[in-house]
Design a binder for this molecule. Structure first.
Ligand SMILES: Nc1ncnc2c1ncn2[C@@H]1O[C@H](COP(=O)(O)OP(=O)(O)OP(=O)(O)O)[C@@H](O)[C@H]1O
Length: 687
């Protein structure tokens, strides 16, 4: 036993386990001094797996592919150490069978056997064995409870009956979708299915009309309500981050305005909310606790809740949301199932959408849809045995966003298919670069840059800078934003309105380019790329005085990302602000630096730099953090060697952050290949 604990300590030292994983293992050992190695190793591996986004530990997978465990999330320099740790883990597991491991776990009081029950027990064992005989899953009880809450909350809502007749639905749907462009009209189908059920999922890639559809759905539901002479429904909209909430709010306002309802339905328009809050705010987060103001004992007052960017919602958040809703409150999840999953444990939207590509609509659903919408489902999407969830899920299939920029759409589809080779990827880049040249457009819609960073090792100073192409890209990308900062700066007597207008024009320029990185640490991580960008920008003579001398973290032009919610400053995780130097000086004659943030209502919030606690420079941003945001041009930099975070989902998410142009920067062909083949795999009992 001591040998195992020593080994675990060694793994912590080498960064393969977190101190937290060891602490939990020690806790179990203290509770049960006779604990078996099987229990202690399982506890350490489970805790580590939770840290990497798995909701549970799939014991069979551990035995089959131990090398998939204990890999640091984004530190390539530790990969070699990890492989030897992988060897030690294999040795540790030698001779273990699934049956013997399960039996050893069940022999312990720390593990409760819940394989045969769906009902959460009030038992106190910290660990739960669930799943099935063939696929036993080990959970921390908390996570097991979350999954059960989600299953129950969804099942309960799927059983809710629609209060509206098919004729009434059809009549209003026909009015709302009189501009049919696709056959079948998936947006109309999504509205009908979401109106039929107490729970629905509307998923689709970028620009497939999720927001447009939800606005029409809200108009449909509010319209049916008002036509029945009832008071308007209470509708609440939320997103996982402040950034995503602000973006949805903006696009909803536009979509609601564009709704063409005719005079008789115009009053519906006034009853469609455009205000979107973060999920934390919706549920009433409380300082220093995991608990929310709203829960089963104090449910949220709403008839319907819509959650956008649901791919970013983790298992705990969804469980708490469902817990905070009254059993009759309807829930609709919107999001792109193919995007990266949440940072925290779980890949809930992906798990719930496992059947979405196949449709699996029953003949009964197809018949009802034909009556309610006039649309016919393709026979290939029908199944006699489709689940209840499949009947409430719609995959929007046609992207309207990339009509003018088809290169990004083509690239996203190819990467998402999981079948693209490096050769095919290069083919797509080449063909769109060529098209851009033929059309003589200044900016390429797609651009592929290969850096030869192996030359970095050589000390020959006459060698060209291996990072030159990347530096030139960021100089070009951030030029407009920094020039607006310099050229449009108001004079010393500027009014507050003029300062606000200046900041707003800087925000809109800043959204035109964003450098993305796959990893947080190391030479390809956020810090290194922030430094590289800063030094590249300082090579431009007129930008030098602007960007400070390195003595202070605060300088004019520093873009910052808020990394934790600050309710007193009304700043949310994901908000981006820009540090600006006011044209006036303070009473002591010093420069006045303020960080400008969009206030969400078209104005500016100015904050003293010293008041900002959780912020980081964001010339470069991880793809994870970029979720829920969109930029005119994004450039994604891949590291030069393989790393477990490099997956097709990461690449797809990076590509789809771009609205007009995308640049991929890589230096190693093999890494690009493994990225295209990599998959986010997260153990879970859902789906
Ligand atoms: N049925 C339609 N007919 C014509 N244009 C449409 C239709 N649906 C959506 N669009 C247009 O496509 C664009 C993207 O739509 P929308 O914002 O609703 O998509 P989304 O899936 O929410 O996008 P995102 O990926 O940004 O979240 C918008 O300009 C919208 O006006």
């Amino acid at each position: 036993m001591n040998a195992l604990v020593t080994r675990l300590e060694d793994w912590v030292e080498k960064g393969a386990l977190r101190p937290l994983d060891l602490a939990l293992t020690r806790f179990i050992h203290e509770q049960e001094p006779q604990a078996s190695e099987a229990l202690l190793l399982a506890t350490a591996l489970l805790s580590e797996a939770n840290g990497h986004g798995h909701v549970c530990l799939d014991l069979q997978q551990v035995l089959a592919k131990p090398e998939k465990l204990l890999s640091p999330a984004d530190e390539p320099e530790e990969a070699s150490q990890t492989s030897s740790i992988g060897g030690q883990l294999k040795e540790q597991l030698k001779g273990w069978t699934l049956e013997s491991w399960v039996q050893a776990l069940l022999d312990s009081d720390a593990v409760a056997d819940e394989r045969a029950t769906d009902q959460p027990q009030a038992a106190s064992s910290p660990l739960v064995l669930a799943g099935s005989k063939e696929r036993p899953l080990l959970y921390l009880r908390r996570y097991w409870m979350y999954e059960r809450q989600i299953e129950q909350g969804i099942t309960q809502r799927l059983a809710l009956q629609t209060p509206w007749s098919t004729e009434k639905l059809r009549s209003l749907l026909d009015q709302l979708f009189s501009d049919k462009k696709q056959t079948p009209d998936w947006q109309k189908i999504a509205c009908a299915l979401a109106a039929r059920s107490g729970f629905a999922i509307i998923t689709g890639g970028p620009g497939t009309g999720k927001t447009t559809t939800v606005v029409r759905l809200l108009a449909l539901l509010q319209g049916l309500q008002l036509q029945a002479g009832k008071p308007p429904l209470s509708l609440r909209l939320a997103a996982p981050t402040g950034k995503a909430a602000a973006r949805l709010s903006e696009s909803l306002a536009g979509s609601v305005q564009r709704l063409d309802l005719g005079a008789d339905l115009a009053r519906i328009q006034e009853q469609i909310p455009t205000e979107v809050s973060t999920l934390h705010r919706l549920l009433g987060s409380q300082a220093r606790t995991r608990h929310f103001r709203h829960h089963a004992g104090n449910p949220l007052a709403a008839d319907l809740v819509v959650v956008d960017e649901a791919s970013m919602v983790d298992v705990e958040m969804l469980a708490k949301l469902l817990d905070a809703l009254a059993p009759t409150t309807r829930l609709i999840l919107l999001g792109d199932k193919d995007q990266l999953a949440s940072v925290e444990a779980g890949s809930v939207l992906g798990n719930l959408c496992l059947e979405a590509d196949q449709g699996n609509y029953t003949p009964a659903t197809a018949g009802w849809l034909e009556e309610a919408t006039g649309e016919q489902l393709p026979p290939t999407l029908l199944s006699e045995t489709g689940s209840a969830l499949a009947q409430a899920t719609t995959l929007l299939q046609h992207s309207y966003r990339f009509n003018d920029y088809p290169g990004i759409g083509a690239l996203a589809v190819s990467v998402n298919s999981g079948k693209a080779s490096v050769g095919e990827l290069k083919g797509i880049f080449n063909s769109y670069e060529r098209k851009a040249k033929e059309a003589a457009t200044k900016h390429n819609n797609l651009q592929l840059i290969k850096l030869d960073t192996s030359r970095q090792q050589q000390s020959d100073s006459k060698q060209a800078d291996p990072w030159a192409a990347l530096k030139s890209l960021v100089r070009d990308g951030y030029k407009g934003f920094l020039e607006t900062l310099i050229n449009k700066r108001p004079t010393g007597t500027a009014s507050r309105e003029e300062l606000d207008a200046w900041a707003l024009s800087i925000f809109s320029e800043h959204k035109k380019f964003q450098l993305l990185t796959a990893v947080r640490r190391g030479p390809w991580g956020v810090d290194a790329l922030n430094q590289l960008t800063l030094s590249a920008l300082k090579e431009v003579e007129k930008l030098k005085p602007l960007l400070g001398n390195g003595n202070s973290p605060w300088y004019s032009g520093r873009p910052v990302l808020v990394t934790r919610n600050d309710y007193s400053l009304k700043l949310m995780n994901g908000d981006i602000g820009i540090c600006l130097e006011w044209p006036t000086q303070d009473e002591t004659g010093r420069k006045v630096l303020r960080v400008a943030f969009p206030d969400g209502q078209g104005g500016v919030r100015w904050v003293l730099p010293s008041r900002l606690q959780g912020v980081e420079t964001v010339f470069a941003m991880t793809v994870h953090k970029s979720q829920g945001s969109e930029f005119t041009h994004t450039a994604l930099v891949l590291p030069d060697r393989h790393n477990p975070v490099l997956t097709k989902e990461l690449l797809y998410t990076g590509i789809t952050r771009s609205s007009q142009a995308f640049t991929l920067v890589y230096s190693d062909e093999g890494t690009l290949e493994t990225t295209l083949k990599g998959r986010v795999e997260r153990a879970s009992g859902l789906g």
